[in-house]
Design a protein around this ligand. Structure first.
Ligand code: FE2
Ligand code: FE2
Length: 179
Protein backbone atom coordinates (compact mmCIF):
# COMPACT_ATOMS: atom_id res chain seq x y z
CA UNK A 1 0.00 0.00 0.00
CA UNK A 2 1.37 3.38 -0.99
CA UNK A 3 0.57 6.15 1.48
CA UNK A 4 1.20 9.80 0.65
CA UNK A 5 2.96 11.19 3.68
CA UNK A 6 1.49 14.61 4.27
CA UNK A 7 -0.60 15.37 7.32
CA UNK A 8 -3.70 16.19 5.24
CA UNK A 9 -3.58 13.03 3.17
CA UNK A 10 -2.90 10.85 6.17
CA UNK A 11 -5.82 12.35 8.06
CA UNK A 12 -8.14 11.72 5.11
CA UNK A 13 -6.84 8.17 4.76
CA UNK A 14 -7.52 7.34 8.40
CA UNK A 15 -10.95 8.98 8.28
CA UNK A 16 -11.82 6.93 5.19
CA UNK A 17 -11.16 3.77 7.17
CA UNK A 18 -14.13 4.48 9.44
CA UNK A 19 -16.28 3.49 6.43
CA UNK A 20 -15.08 -0.10 6.81
CA UNK A 21 -17.07 -0.24 10.01
CA UNK A 22 -20.80 -1.02 9.81
CA UNK A 23 -23.18 1.93 9.65
CA UNK A 24 -24.53 2.80 13.06
CA UNK A 25 -23.10 3.11 16.54
CA UNK A 26 -19.66 1.64 15.85
CA UNK A 27 -19.02 3.80 12.78
CA UNK A 28 -20.38 6.85 14.62
CA UNK A 29 -18.06 6.14 17.52
CA UNK A 30 -15.06 5.84 15.20
CA UNK A 31 -15.91 9.02 13.28
CA UNK A 32 -16.59 11.04 16.39
CA UNK A 33 -13.58 9.51 18.12
CA UNK A 34 -11.24 10.72 15.36
CA UNK A 35 -12.82 14.17 15.47
CA UNK A 36 -12.33 14.33 19.23
CA UNK A 37 -8.61 13.60 19.16
CA UNK A 38 -6.32 16.45 20.18
CA UNK A 39 -4.91 18.31 17.17
CA UNK A 40 -1.39 17.15 18.02
CA UNK A 41 -2.35 13.54 17.31
CA UNK A 42 -2.34 14.49 13.62
CA UNK A 43 1.08 16.14 13.55
CA UNK A 44 3.38 14.42 16.08
CA UNK A 45 5.78 11.56 15.38
CA UNK A 46 4.95 8.07 16.58
CA UNK A 47 7.63 8.26 19.24
CA UNK A 48 9.22 11.15 21.11
CA UNK A 49 12.53 9.33 21.57
CA UNK A 50 12.97 8.14 18.00
CA UNK A 51 13.45 4.61 19.29
CA UNK A 52 11.30 1.63 18.35
CA UNK A 53 9.59 3.14 15.32
CA UNK A 54 10.75 3.29 11.70
CA UNK A 55 12.32 6.48 10.31
CA UNK A 56 9.17 7.59 8.51
CA UNK A 57 7.10 7.09 11.62
CA UNK A 58 9.44 9.33 13.58
CA UNK A 59 8.72 12.29 11.32
CA UNK A 60 5.91 14.81 11.37
CA UNK A 61 2.53 13.04 11.37
CA UNK A 62 4.35 9.76 11.95
CA UNK A 63 1.80 8.70 14.53
CA UNK A 64 -1.01 8.83 11.96
CA UNK A 65 1.18 7.03 9.41
CA UNK A 66 1.90 4.32 11.99
CA UNK A 67 -1.80 4.05 12.83
CA UNK A 68 -2.73 3.58 9.16
CA UNK A 69 -0.04 0.91 8.81
CA UNK A 70 -1.39 -0.95 11.81
CA UNK A 71 -4.91 -0.74 10.32
CA UNK A 72 -3.63 -2.20 7.05
CA UNK A 73 -1.51 -4.91 8.68
CA UNK A 74 -4.56 -5.89 10.75
CA UNK A 75 -6.56 -6.27 7.51
CA UNK A 76 -3.90 -8.65 6.16
CA UNK A 77 -3.82 -10.67 9.36
CA UNK A 78 -7.61 -10.93 9.40
CA UNK A 79 -7.45 -12.46 5.92
CA UNK A 80 -5.20 -15.21 7.27
CA UNK A 81 -6.76 -15.72 10.68
CA UNK A 82 -9.39 -18.43 11.29
CA UNK A 83 -12.75 -16.64 11.57
CA UNK A 84 -12.79 -16.57 15.34
CA UNK A 85 -12.46 -12.83 15.77
CA UNK A 86 -14.67 -9.79 15.66
CA UNK A 87 -13.57 -7.64 12.71
CA UNK A 88 -15.34 -4.55 14.07
CA UNK A 89 -13.35 -4.75 17.30
CA UNK A 90 -10.09 -5.28 15.40
CA UNK A 91 -10.72 -2.27 13.11
CA UNK A 92 -11.72 -0.08 16.02
CA UNK A 93 -8.72 -1.15 18.08
CA UNK A 94 -6.27 -0.66 15.19
CA UNK A 95 -7.54 2.85 14.56
CA UNK A 96 -7.34 3.92 18.19
CA UNK A 97 -4.56 1.73 19.56
CA UNK A 98 -2.04 4.57 20.05
CA UNK A 99 -4.30 7.57 20.67
CA UNK A 100 -3.05 7.82 24.23
CA UNK A 101 0.59 8.31 23.21
CA UNK A 102 0.76 11.98 24.23
CA UNK A 103 -2.19 12.05 26.64
CA UNK A 104 -5.34 14.07 26.04
CA UNK A 105 -4.55 17.39 27.72
CA UNK A 106 -4.45 20.66 25.86
CA UNK A 107 -0.70 20.28 25.44
CA UNK A 108 0.90 16.96 24.49
CA UNK A 109 3.13 15.32 27.06
CA UNK A 110 6.83 15.94 26.45
CA UNK A 111 7.51 12.24 26.04
CA UNK A 112 5.23 9.52 24.77
CA UNK A 113 3.44 7.87 27.68
CA UNK A 114 4.69 4.44 28.63
CA UNK A 115 1.20 3.37 29.65
CA UNK A 116 -0.48 4.87 26.57
CA UNK A 117 -2.20 1.52 25.90
CA UNK A 118 -4.18 1.75 29.13
CA UNK A 119 -4.72 5.50 28.70
CA UNK A 120 -6.02 5.02 25.15
CA UNK A 121 -8.26 2.07 26.07
CA UNK A 122 -9.84 4.07 28.90
CA UNK A 123 -10.43 7.01 26.57
CA UNK A 124 -12.17 4.82 23.98
CA UNK A 125 -14.23 3.14 26.69
CA UNK A 126 -15.46 6.53 27.89
CA UNK A 127 -16.09 7.71 24.34
CA UNK A 128 -18.19 4.57 23.85
CA UNK A 129 -20.64 5.60 26.56
CA UNK A 130 -21.93 8.32 24.20
CA UNK A 131 -22.65 6.00 21.27
CA UNK A 132 -23.77 2.71 22.83
CA UNK A 133 -22.01 0.33 20.44
CA UNK A 134 -22.54 -3.38 21.21
CA UNK A 135 -20.82 -3.84 24.57
CA UNK A 136 -18.81 -6.85 23.45
CA UNK A 137 -17.45 -5.02 20.37
CA UNK A 138 -16.21 -2.15 22.49
CA UNK A 139 -14.90 -4.29 25.35
CA UNK A 140 -12.95 -6.55 23.00
CA UNK A 141 -11.51 -3.51 21.19
CA UNK A 142 -10.46 -1.81 24.43
CA UNK A 143 -8.86 -4.99 25.71
CA UNK A 144 -6.92 -5.33 22.45
CA UNK A 145 -5.66 -1.76 22.81
CA UNK A 146 -4.64 -2.40 26.42
CA UNK A 147 -2.80 -5.56 25.40
CA UNK A 148 -1.33 -4.20 22.17
CA UNK A 149 2.30 -4.31 23.34
CA UNK A 150 2.23 -8.04 23.96
CA UNK A 151 5.03 -9.29 26.19
CA UNK A 152 6.57 -5.80 26.14
CA UNK A 153 3.62 -4.29 27.96
CA UNK A 154 1.86 -4.78 31.27
CA UNK A 155 -1.13 -6.64 29.77
CA UNK A 156 -0.48 -9.84 27.86
CA UNK A 157 -2.60 -10.69 24.77
CA UNK A 158 -5.32 -13.27 25.33
CA UNK A 159 -7.85 -13.20 22.49
CA UNK A 160 -7.50 -13.48 18.71
CA UNK A 161 -8.26 -9.75 18.47
CA UNK A 162 -5.46 -8.98 20.96
CA UNK A 163 -2.96 -11.00 18.92
CA UNK A 164 -4.00 -9.50 15.60
CA UNK A 165 -3.51 -5.97 16.97
CA UNK A 166 -0.23 -6.81 18.67
CA UNK A 167 1.19 -8.48 15.56
CA UNK A 168 -0.05 -5.68 13.30
CA UNK A 169 1.69 -3.20 15.60
CA UNK A 170 4.91 -5.23 15.48
CA UNK A 171 4.88 -5.37 11.68
CA UNK A 172 4.29 -1.62 11.42
CA UNK A 173 7.06 -0.87 13.94
CA UNK A 174 9.53 -3.04 12.09
CA UNK A 175 8.48 -2.22 8.55
CA UNK A 176 12.04 -1.34 7.52
CA UNK A 177 13.26 -4.82 8.40
CA UNK A 178 10.83 -6.23 5.84
CA UNK A 179 12.48 -4.28 3.06
FE1 FE2 B 1 1.66 1.54 21.38
FE1 FE2 C 1 1.45 1.24 17.72
Amino acid sequence: MYIRQSSGHLKEELERRTLRLPLGAVQDLAKHGLKSLPEYFWRLPASSSGRFHSLEENKKAGLVLHTIRVCEAAEVLMEAWPPTFNAESVRLAAMFHDVGKYGFDEQPTEHTLKNHMRVGAKWLEEMGTWFHPPVDVLTVACNAIRRSHGKFGPDFPVTAEDWIIHLADMFALHKERLG
